[in-house]
Ligand binder design. Sequence first.
Ligand code: ADP
Ligand code: MG
Ligand code: MG
Length: 212
Amino acid sequence: GRALDGAGVASWIRHAARLVSADAERLTRLDAAIGDGDHGLNLDRGLTAAVEAVEALPGGTPPGKVLIAAGRAIVSKTGGASGPLYGTALRRAGKALGTADTADAAALGDALAAALEGVRELGQAAEGDKTMVDALLPAVAGYEAALADGADLAACARAAADGAARGAEATVPLQARKGRASYLGPRSTGHMDPGASSTALVLRALADVTAE
Ligand code: ADP
Ligand code: MG
Ligand code: MG
């Protein structure tokens, strides 16, 4: 489609929850290697709460308000560092969309950029610190490049998902400089960052629902 309404954003959240739930064990294994082994569980719980919050909203709720409700639920239900980071990302994205009835490709690009900005502000991670920023940054860059090329919403979302997946892969050789994984120092290399990997799933979910 060319734009997302509130129901479309709710589908995104539901599909993200499905993808994370299906991959929760893999995410938890990644986190067991370089953290405390709870990332899959944390995000599965948070997104389940987000789906419940979104489904409780009245019909016709604008996309920005749907994202804010999802972000609040994630903050309140997700343990660990990732809860406030994901919650901030969704709330900032929602705020960027305001109260418009639909989000077109340009508006969604602004929302993703706002999400990245929120995560950077809160977590203070730079590119290459082996965090979710390393997936979100190339996602936003891919989205914006596609948009500048005149791509529609679905193609922009696909570019974002591809950027995030490549960014997550590229965290494997990196040494963590933020979060629990940084405690391992050089031993944090050789594993994909769990938060970057889950970020790639959330953007894959956006590409899937916009392609429908
Ligand atoms: P915790 O580390 O508290 O157990 P999770 O396991 O749920 O939390 O999430 C870990 C993920 O959070 C990491 O893989 C990383 O992507 C992300 N993360 C941690 N600290 C930061 C930070 N300062 N900035 C951005 N992302 C971070
Ligand atoms: Mg953890
Ligand atoms: Mg933890």
